[in-house]
Design a protein around this ligand. Sequence first.
Ligand code: ADP
Length: 505
Amino acid sequence: MIQKILIANRGEIALRIMRSCKEMGIRTVAVYSDVDRTSRHVAYADEAICIGSALASESYLNIEKIINASKQFNADAIHPGYGFLSENAHFARRCKEEGILFIGPDAECIESMGDKISARQNMIKAGVPVVPGTAEDLQPKDLIRLCRKIGLPVIIKATAGGGGKGMRLVRDEKELQEAYYSAKSEAKASFGNDIVYIEKYIESPHHIEIQLLGDTHGNVIHLFDRECSVQRRHQKIVEESPSPFIDEKTRLKMGQIAVKAAKAIGYAGAGTIEFLVDDKMNYYFLEMNARLQVEHPVTEEVLGVDLVKEQIHIANGKKLRFTQREILQRGHAIECRICAEDAQNNFTPSPGIICHIQSPQGIGVRIDSHIYDGYEVPVHYDPMLGKLIVWATTREYALERMRRVLYEYKITGIKTNIDYLRKIIDTRDFVKGNYTTHFIEENSKKLQQDGKQIEELEDIAVIAAYIDYLVNNNNPIEGEHQNQADNRPISRWRSFGKQKSILRF
Ligand code: ADP
């Protein structure tokens, strides 16, 4: 039985994993780079060790340093979190060689699903519908022929792809050559692998994924769906469960097909099958993530299942604790990714020292984050500061709650995307649950309205409401009838205050 786990990750996910370990009485070891010395995941762990400099290759991606740290602290297992080494088959293999449990699927499974071309081939064999496309390393001489066979528009994709990199949309044959070479060079630079293939481009799809759990005894269940179509540059920003788009029949069919896919490759651990779903609710396999996803909390909230605890339970060689029938969706959860970035300035990262955080509280609120007052957000890593998750009995109710908690959430000292998230939540298509992966593009004008200006107006409104209050409470100011500062009659301030204070609250 696992007694001690080293978490080969940083920030919010390291902390989130440690919290489940704490509840299970499992000791934890944090690894950190020198710029993460003051991160909360380091303070929270029972033991911690600095493994190198900020450069990921010197620390969070350095397999041998992480293995050595595990041995030094006698950790029984390593949890890789997401990103970094979480889908690195060589790392999973090295852990095994050293007698350390890797909390995730085995190296062969990671390999078979990590490469998009081989994942597609495996899924076709298992009878899972995949996006129409090619199945091998795309050569320049075959470009036009294969593109015509599939039919425009197409998307050229890197087999090693991730994070939306190495992907190019082609709507016109004339763009084909350039798209091919630029996808290849981006793939080479990002993944050291320039193999690309072609997929049919699905117009206005939904990105809907199915959470899975499989044990080492051949049992696999699905934990229903997450809607992840709110994306900017193919990166998710807001996720929810259940999807407001698909009907119950499609939801169940997608769950069953995901289980079939996982069984076909002997999957054990927590994993996710991502699908693209078109407007007629046809679904196509997109890829499998053989790890915990950033957005896993929405599933946890709706099901009442702690996925990290289940991962550890599976790594201990135990059978799944639930049958498919016992897994039921209850209510609705929404997650917003809180990032240190300047939404008004092309989402430039905004590292620096956090002056003050005012966190939302109250019914149905969860924050997975590692930040605190005085914490310095390093420039070296992903700008995500954490995730804000709400749960409520219905979608409408969850939306009200998210609107309220985004209003309460204040982070000063650095720029964040909180204002931008507020606008997303208030956008008509989002409120209606009527959105696809083009949501951000389609609403870009509304979303780019100057948030600062809105904040300033809100502040003026509060001042106005305060004056209003004084006036209505027979304060001496009432007799003045003129605002001294700008000579405007108070009645104008009063009506402005009333109007805006309704908006604000
Ligand atoms: P990555 O692994 O780089 O994240 P994915 O294959 O998961 O790439 O795709 C990321 C996003 O790109 C999808 O959620 C979707 O919005 C878009 N996308 C990918 N493939 C297609 C496709 N064939 N048609 C339409 N959109 C696509």
